[in-house]
Design a protein around this ligand. Structure first.
Ligand code: HEC
Length: 116
């Protein structure tokens, strides 16, 4: 009996925690911010500049839709987008990494950082 009660509590807790979560792979913007440290050198967050403007035309990510960013990263990883740099970057990202990064860039936090 005790074990069943415990299981009920755990299940109820899991349901509560899951309530309001729109999707399975939900991104965490705070985790994404940390993971974005490797992206910032090229996708220069402040003012959308890169360290090597003469070499790269790097698209802006801040404020982009999360679903778009995740899709783009998945496409690089799968080879549906052919940029070799981003393919190498995306190859090292898990689905959770992508969701976190997308949540961070979509949140506008990257934008407000640029205003400083
Ligand atoms: C060495 C430089 C470099 C690094 C590091 C880098 N990127 Fe990129 N990224 C690029 C370039 C260049 C492009 C444009 C590629 C193309 O034309 O397809 C790009 C494109 C993208 C795109 C597609 C944007 C669009 O609008 O099509 C996304 C999303 C992206 N990068 C995310 C990231 C994330 C997330 C990271 C860190 C985990 C990262 N990138 C790290 C150079 C870089």
């Amino acid at each position: 009996m005790k074990a069943i009660t415990l299981i009920r509590i755990i299940v109820a807790g899991a349901l509560l925690a899951g309530a309001g979560a729109p999707q399975a792979a939900e991104g965490d913007p705070a985790a994404g911010k940390q993971k974005a440290a490797t992206c910032a050198g090229c996708h220069g967050i402040p003012g959308y500049r890169t360290a090597f403007p003469a070499v790269y035309s790097v698209p802006k990510l801040g404020g982009q839709h999360a679903a778009y960013i995740v899709k783009a990263l998945q496409d690089y990883k799968a080879g549906n987008r052919s940029n070799p740099t981003m393919r190498a970057v995306a190859a090292g990202l898990s689905d959770q990494d992508m969701a976190d990064l997308a949540a961070y860039y979509a949140s506008g936090a990257a934008k407000s950082a640029a205003a400083k």
